[in-house]
Design a protein around this ligand. Structure first.
Ligand code: SAH
Length: 219
């Protein structure tokens, strides 16, 4: 592939080390997350013209008005769903470039990922297959409804901002499971962590974030 030939591939390992050092300084502590992010070639998930910027701590355009999330937020969301042991089934809403999907696939047994824009979904599917990440199942649909067929999930990661926590996603979360989701609050967005309990759920505000909106229907 031309990205590798251009030399970015050769230096990207060192660049990723620097990215991981930065994540540590930003407070990411889970060694499992840091190890996976040291391995996943983030530059392959952006347009070739942006590949040299892939390891900066910034969101970058991936087409269709969507963005690949910044490394810090990918790390933070991954860390928030991890407990002791390897999660079984994880649902991701908003495949986008597939980068967060790849990180989750390195952490969980199986990742179920849903994307409403078909072209993005296909692109991510081909790339992740090329990278030999075979523990991912893809679906082109409105992920606001989750993916009922494989529920319940031990974790749900939503990578687009919702107006409120979707009931259907809560229902597909296993008891004891964790969901992370950006929710709009006025002009702002807050990343929330929700733990499903026997009686209902516990909701905790984590930090202010900036995501593209969760949109109903397929594109
Ligand atoms: N984790 C991705 C984030 C992409 S941006 C990455 O780092 O690349 C959020 C993605 O959510 C976009 O691709 C957008 O099309 C998708 N999306 C928005 N609403 C959706 C919905 N209801 N169902 C599925 N995907 C959705």
């Amino acid at each position: 592939m031309s990205i590798r030939k251009s030399g970015i591939g050769m230096t990207s390992r060192r660049t990723r080390e620097r990215m991981v050092d930065r994540l540590l300084s930003q407070g990411i502590r889970d060694a499992r997350v840091l190890d996976v992010m040291r391995e996943v070639p983030r530059h392959l998930f952006v347009e070739e013209a942006l590949a040299s910027r892939a390891y900066e701590d910034t969101a970058l355009p991936i087409g269709y008005g969507q963005t690949i999330s910044q490394p810090y937020i990918v790390a933070r969301m991954s860390e928030l769903i991890l407990k002791r042991g390897r999660p079984g089934k994880v649902l991701e809403v908003g495949t986008g470039s597939g980068y967060q999907t790849a990180v989750l696939a390195g952490l969980a047994q199986t990742v179920y990922t849903v994307e409403r824009i078909e072209t993005l979904q296909k692109k991510a599917r081909f790339l992740l297959y090329d990278l030999k990440m075979y523990n991912i199942k893809f679906e082109h649909s409105d992920g606001g409804w989750g993916w009922e067929k494989h529920a319940p999930y031990e974790a749900i990661v939503v990578t687009a901002a919702a107006g409120q926590i979707p009931e259907s996603l809560l229902r597909q979360l296993a008891v004891g499971g964790t969901m992370v989701i950006p929710v709009r609050q006025g002009r702002d967005q807050v990343l929330k962590r929700i733990v499903r309990t026997v009686e209902g759920c516990e909701v905790e505000d984590i930090e202010a974030v900036k995501f593209v909106p969760l949109v109903a229907g397929v594109g």
